[in-house]
Structure formats: C-alpha cells, structure tokens
Design a protein around this ligand. Structure first.
Ligand SMILES: [Zn+2]
Length: 78
C-alpha cells in the first residue's frame, strides 16, 4: 500500500465553469412522483397537450408546460 500524496497535480485548481445561458432550476423528474406502498402518485399536473410524462411547471398563479408552452391559470386567485 502506497499513498501518493506528496505530489499534487497542477490541475487541482477550481474547474472552469462553462458559461450558462440562463439560470433555471433543474428539477429532477423523479421529484414529480411519489411512491407510497407501491402506489404511484403524481405531485404535478400533467400537460393536457403533451400527455403523460410531461409535467407543468408550477408558478405562483399559473401552471406552464415547458415543452409546448401550455399555460393553465390557477382558479380562485383574485
Ligand atoms: Zn405541453
């Protein structure tokens, strides 16, 4: 067993971060599902246009589909 800890590689600096175009929360798709006792529950509404597997992003007053641009306004928020 030998540990090479004496020589530190020159590439140990902070990795260069690629410039991002837009900052948006990248929510993993599995967070939209909830499995309890073998039963699958969808935590988000699905897009009526795109169908299953495409969820609507939740905003303060509306739900939007990032795929087709569908927007559904929440009721009773006035
Ligand atoms: Zn859609």
């Amino acid at each position: 067993m030998s540990e090479a800890t004496q020589q530190s590689p020159p590439a140990a600096k902070a990795a260069p971060t690629p410039a991002k175009k837009k900052e948006r929360p990248d929510t993993p798709i599995y967070k939209f599902y909830d499995v309890k006792g073998g039963k699958l529950t969808r935590l988000r509404k699905e897009c009526p246009r795109c169908g299953h597997g495409v969820f609507l992003a939740e905003h303060r007053d509306r739900l939007t589909c990032g795929k087709c641009g569908y927007t559904s306004y929440k009721k009773g928020q006035r």
